[in-house]
Design a protein around this ligand. Structure first.
Ligand SMILES: Nc1ncnc2c1ncn2[C@@H]1O[C@H](COP(=O)(O)OP(=O)(O)OP(=O)(O)O)[C@@H](O)[C@H]1O
Ligand SMILES: [Mg+2]
Length: 646
């Protein structure tokens, strides 16, 4: 039965004036189980014919049937399938992958067949042992002699069955001793039923074959049969039936494995490639963490200003130059507001600075006249003593609460200031309480502050009924925006015009939130640009890598890799580089965060899982986007061109 049928095969190379006619109307049939030698001078077209038979190349015109099926009608996957399952190639220059051990080189074709790692290693070891390579299983090609490498390549050709063995000058690079051994192996393969097609220009080697075909200038000039030995092929590889999903999964893990191999084989370059991604991801994650932490810190400070409080001040807004002189707010305004259902309490505030005297100590201090609810509203805590009562406010009691600064300044050698009398602007005040230290840097944190009932401040100390501001605490169940509008309405109708403005901690919060979000978005988009630059770096290196590994791609295709296998391998490599880069970037960012949180008090970082997950998703996407083009290039390579590259 004819396994190979060539009819009127023509092959041209080049175009125009450089067009050469290499194969001329070749008609050739080869029977199953035959041993054919093709001889001819250098340049006569032997390799070209061999490559067409092995489906590595296509004829320009003519029909080529393999096992009765027209090869010209097959798609690329079907051709890859043929190379994988039917043909076994033995090359003059072995074409082993230099990074793989003998067993792995041998087992390579079975990956594309879908054999499990365990099964293929077992078979590879068996084949190598049969070829007397049992003691070199773990050697890489550069640790093997030429003859040994050729035996590995024979084992590889047999891995998937190798029904038709195509050997192009298998002994061409070997000394006569090794050449003899290789020929012995090839002869025994013929006896085991393999169809052998051997190209040589050595007549003595051709003499071993059953049939000798001579080519000259692209024409068959001699076809001579010397023997007829046709054995039945015994060593047949059973078809591997797999569920589609399982095949996909296995293929994925094989590609992953190969990619890891490739990345680890070029550690330094891989790391440099990742650098762009590492920096990009680290900056995105860090910026978000820094933003989170500073926002949280600002919010904490705002919350200390009091929750759901509204400050009402005279004038038209901050920066109103006349606001000091405008005295439009009255105690009655505060009293009126306090009666409203949506307001929990309201206190007028009077502020003034003056001289504080105690014993022979004298300094400038700030006095604030406030209501008894002030401390609660503003979140000021008392460290010692107590705050004044409502009765004391009503009775204009001469009592004062001092802050931590005042305590340290004037009572440095008096352990118990409670009950002491201090003099402010010549008016005596009895100290009844001390506030806790204010940890927030701000206008009040350095100076000395004293609080008295606002009545005392107005009538006893200032001698006027002017007030500086009103602080209102809105009920928790009322929306502060609504409360603000209501207050504005009430006071405007009381005063006849709007001669005041309000500071609402809630709206400050919202403003800060939206500003920090905008900032974060801005910085994150800069970081995204750096990620894109990183991605372009990955693409660049992948393109270089594909060019550098064209030979490897050619070998893989020759032994049965489909385009999708190659695409997948390089794409996964790019994605893997990006994901590892992303993970290292997150790690770097966490390290920076740890350093910040440990060594800096004013800065902190607050990492969120979502930003890290997003970063990983981003780096995966970058890998896919920027890895696709190089991977596609690799998979589109023509097997014979890729194989011919050095
Ligand atoms: N890709 C190509 N582009 C252009 N010309 C080519 C190409 N491949 C082969 N040729 C030409 O085709 C002719 C046959 O080449 P081929 O490799 O088949 O020769 P060969 O018989 O195998 O020779 P050798 O014994 O030296 O290996 C040569 O003249 C060669 O220059
Ligand atoms: Mg050749």
């Amino acid at each position: 039965m004819n396994i190979i049928e060539l009819k009127k095969i023509n092959k041209f190379f080049g175009s125009g004036a450089n067009r050469v006619h290499v194969l001329k109307d070749i008609d050739l049939t080869i029977e199953k189980g035959d041993f054919v030698a093709i001889i001819g001078q250098s340049g006569s077209g032997k390799s070209t014919m061999m490559n067409i038979i092995g489906c590595l190349d296509v004829p320009t015109t003519g029909s080529y049937k393999i096992n009765g099926v027209e090869a010209g009608k097959m798609n690329k996957d079907q051709l890859a399938d043929l190379r994988s399952k039917t043909f076994g190639f033995i090359f003059q220059r072995y074409n082993l992958l230099s990074s793989l051990k003998a067993t792995d080189n041998t087992a390579l074709p079975a990956i594309y067949l879908g054999l499990s790692a365990q099964d293929r290693t077992k078979r590879a070891i068996e084949l190598l042992k049969k070829l007397n390579m049992g003691d070199k299983l773990n050697n890489r090609p550069n640790e093997l002699s030429g003859g040994q490498q050729q035996r590995v390549s024979i084992a590889r050709a047999l891995m998937n069955g190798g029904e038709i063995i195509l050997a192009d000058e298998p002994t061409g690079a070997l000394d006569s001793q090794s050449g003899k051994m290789v020929m012995e192996i090839i002869k025994s393969l013929h006896e085991q039923g393999h169809t052998i097609i051997l190209v040589t220009h050595d007549a003595s080697i051709a003499a071993e074959a059953s049939r000798i075909i001579e080519i000259k200038d692209g024409l068959i000039v001699k076809d001579e049969r010397k023997a007829s030995k046709f054995a039945e092929l015994k060593d047949k590889i059973n078809k591997i039936q797999k569920h589609k999903f399982e095949a996909l999964k296995d293929g994925f893990f094989e590609s992953l494995n190969m990619s890891m191999h490739a990345i680890l084989a070029n550690k330094m370059r891989s790391l440099l490639t990742m650098l762009g991604i590492i920096i990009g991801i680290a900056s995105v994650v860090s910026v978000v963490a820094l933003g989170n932490a500073s926002q949280a810190k600002i919010m904490e400070r705002i919350n200390q200003m009091g929750t759901n409080t509204i400050d009402i001040l005279p004038g038209t807004g901050f920066g109103d130059r006349h606001s000091n002189r405008i005295k439009t707010l009255k105690v009655s305004d505060s009293d009126y507001l306090a009666k409203q259902g949506f307001i929990d309490n309201s206190t007028p505030n009077v502020t003034g600075s003056g001289t504080l005297v105690y014993g022979n100590f004298s300094a400038t201090a700030t006095l604030r006249g406030v209501g008894e609810s002030y401390f609660d509203v503003k979140g000021r805590k008392i460290a010692r003593g107590r705050i004044f009562t409502n009765d004391e406010v009503n009775q204009m009691a001469s009592v004062a609460v001092i802050d931590d600064n005042t305590l340290n300044e004037i009572f440095s050698d008096n352990p118990n200031p409670i009950g002491e009398i201090i003099i402010f602007n010549k008016k005596p005040l009895k100290v009844i309480g001390v506030t806790e230290k204010d940890n927030n840097p701000g206008p009040m944190s350095e100076s000395m502050n004293i609080w008295t009932p606002y009545t005392t401040a107005m009538y006893k100390i200032n001698g006027s009924n002017d007030i500086n501001s009103i602080t209102v605490k809105v009920s928790d169940r009322i929306n502060s925006q609504v409360a603000e509008e209501s207050i504005e309405h009430i006071l405007t109708s009381l005063h006849g015009k709007k001669d005041f403005f309000m500071i609402n901690t809630d709206s400050i919060k919202q403003t800060i939130e939206s500003t920090t979000n905008t900032m974060r978005l801005l910085i994150a988009s800069i970081a995204v640009i750096s990620l894109i630059v990183g991605g372009i770096g990955v693409m660049n290196i992948m393109l270089v890598s594909v060019t550098e590994r064209t030979k490897e791609i050619g070998i893989r295709m020759a032994i049965g890799a489909k385009q999708t296998d190659i695409l997948q391998q390089f794409l996964i490599e790019a994605v893997l580089i990006c994901i590892v880069g992303g993970a290292l970037g997150i790690g770097l960012s966490l390290l920076i965060g740890w350093a910040f949180n440990t060594f800096s008090e004013s800065f902190g970082m607050d990492f969120s899982t979502s930003s890290m997950v997003l970063a990983l998703v981003c780096s995966t996407a970058i890998g896919i986007i920027f890895g696709y083009m190089p991977a596609k290039n690799a998979s589109n390579l023509n097997p014979i061109d890729a194989l011919a590259s050095e």
